[in-house]
Write a protein of this length. Structure first.
Length: 179
């Protein structure tokens, strides 16, 4: 996974748009940070960033790839931070590991740790349905995956008291994204 995506630049223009809404040296939580690629990008732009992930393996890779990074094992469903701790949340391709019956609670948890004028970037993969699927890089392993439709995620964000200030969509990567 790290080999495939760590140096990928496909989504950087969306990260740049995200940080354009933040104050200088904002405090950002990278939720489901994986190998730390977005954490590194944000740190290099002068932000204070903490990355969290539920995978010990991903965090080991992140600590190796981003030695200046702060990484913690944590479940996004129960963030161990005080209310209004962060100016920004980067949630890149991690919410889709949360079942639909837990998504609203998770978004409310994101809202809780975000400052009043805080900003969240939420990167998802469109589609329909949810369930356990083969892990793309190791088909012997299984993972939970939840596809989101635009209206569905908009409704959930509204219920969690988020206001949409920017929305974009891109074409899927050839062969690298789930279908």
């Amino acid at each position: 996974y790290a080999k495939e995506f760590f140096n990928d630049k496909l989504d950087l223009k969306y990260l740049d748009k995200f940080i354009s809404f933040l104050i200088q040296k904002a405090k950002i939580l990278d939720v489901g940070c994986g190998p730390g690629n977005y954490t590194k990008y944000l740190i290099e732009r002068g932000f204070y960033v903490e990355g969290i992930d539920l995978s010990k393996g991903m965090l080991q890779v992140a600590k190796k790839m981003v030695p200046k990074g702060i990484f913690k094992i944590m479940d996004m469903r129960k963030l161990q931070y005080s209310d209004q701790s962060f100016d920004g949340l980067c949630v890149a391709y991690s919410l889709y590991h949360i079942a639909s019956n837990q998504a609203l609670d998770v978004l409310r948890e994101f809202h809780r740790v975000l400052k009043v004028k805080g900003v969240i970037i939420l990167m998802l993969q469109g589609g329909k349905g949810e369930g356990v699927i083969p892990e793309p890089f190791d088909p012997k392993q299984k993972m939970f995956f939840k596809y989101y439709q635009k209206d569905e995620i908009r409704r959930l964000l509204q219920k969690a008291k988020f206001e949409t200030i920017y929305e974009a969509e891109r074409e899927p990567r050839g062969g690298l994204e789930l279908k």
